[in-house]
Design a protein around this ligand. Structure first.
Ligand code: NAD
Length: 271
């Protein structure tokens, strides 16, 4: 097994990666930024052909170029565009082995149930939950024909835990992703298809950094709940996705795969 060093966006070396995905084709939605981008880099470093789907043409193209993959402009709420995304993967590389259905939004007008209007509610449900339904519906027929495949749907730790700092539609959408992933994992298990929900804790993204730089109290209120004492790096999520995508996780199915620094296990955290 050959190894190489994966380099993060900041240029710091990460854990050496195995080449577990040589010859496999991975479709990633939301590949232009954050967790999706870090995962595109990681899966490519492990040998996969990566198809980068994103609504943002500039960011998506840049990601695809960097990892030597293919860019497909896609709005994940549109059934035809989602079908075209997976068809492009199959037509270009001959298989659809991994689907990382990851694109999602958390807009500011999704807040407490008392303040969140129906339009804001519906938009978040469409982008975060309906999209996962569409992507799974498009990916599964290819995987059934192959008798093999790994689907990873991005949920969140808030699918498991309540937050007084509510984003009501976001939380409900992620609960839906979790339940849908579990059911699909059970339904298609004997056809060689595994379906898992990835549940990240808060990730150190530029948006989060900006928000907390303006409001350190808000950052502290969240950090106190994390036993590890820091937010996750996108590369740490990418490493978990690479595991779930590979045969190393061959008996991991229909789970809520938490990568949350221990938040969901904590009662009192260290000072
Ligand atoms: N960042 C966190 O703290 C965190 C924590 C838990 C879960 N998540 C989830 O992880 C996933 C990725 O989050 P991130 O922080 O990397 O986000 P991000 O905003 O950095 O990236 C999301 C990407 O999705 C794309 N996108 C948005 N709407 C789209 C659409 N309709 N069609 C196609 N692409 C679209 C964006 O252009 C962007 O490139 C999301 O599902 C998010 O809910 C994030």
């Amino acid at each position: 097994m050959t190894e190489e060093t994966v380099t993060s966006s900041e240029g710091s070396p990460q854990t050496p990666a195995c080449r577990r995905l040589v010859g496999r084709t991975a479709v990633i939605t939301g590949a232009g930024s954050g967790i999706g981008l870090a995962t595109a880099r990681r899966l490519a470093a492990e040998g996969a052909h990566v198809v980068c789907g994103d609504i943002d043409e500039t960011a998506g193209k840049k990601a695809a170029e960097e990892v030597g993959g293919t860019f497909v402009k896609v709005d994940v709420t549109d059934a035809e565009q989602v079908e075209a995304l997976f068809k492009t993967a199959y037509d270009t590389y001959g298989s659809v082995d991994v689907a990382f259905n990851n694109a999602g939004i958390s807009p500011p007008d999704d807040d407490s149930i008392l303040d969140t209007g129906l339009e804001a509610w519906k938009r978040v449900q469409e982008v975060n939950l309906t999209s996962v339904y569409l992507c799974c519906k498009a990916a599964i027929p290819y995987m059934r024909r192959q008798g093999k495949g790994s689907i990873i749907n991005t949920a969140s730790f808030v699918a498991r835990m309540g937050a007084a700092t509510s984003q009501i539609s976001y939380t409900a959408s992620k609960g839906g992703v979790l339940a849908m992933s579990r059911e699909l994992g059970v339904q298609f298990a004997r056809e060689g298809i595994r379906v898992n929900a990835l549940c990240p804790g808060p990730v150190n993204t530029p948006l989060l950094q900006e928000l907390f730089a303006k409001d350190p109290e808000r950052a502290a209120r969240r950090l106190v709940h994390i036993p590890v004492g820091r937010f996750a790096e996108a590369e740490e999520l990418a490493a978990a996705v690479a595991f779930l995508a590979s045969d190393d996780s061959s008996f991991v199915n229909a789970t809520d795969f938490l990568v949350d620094g221990g938040i969901s296990g904590a009662y009192v955290t260290p000072l």
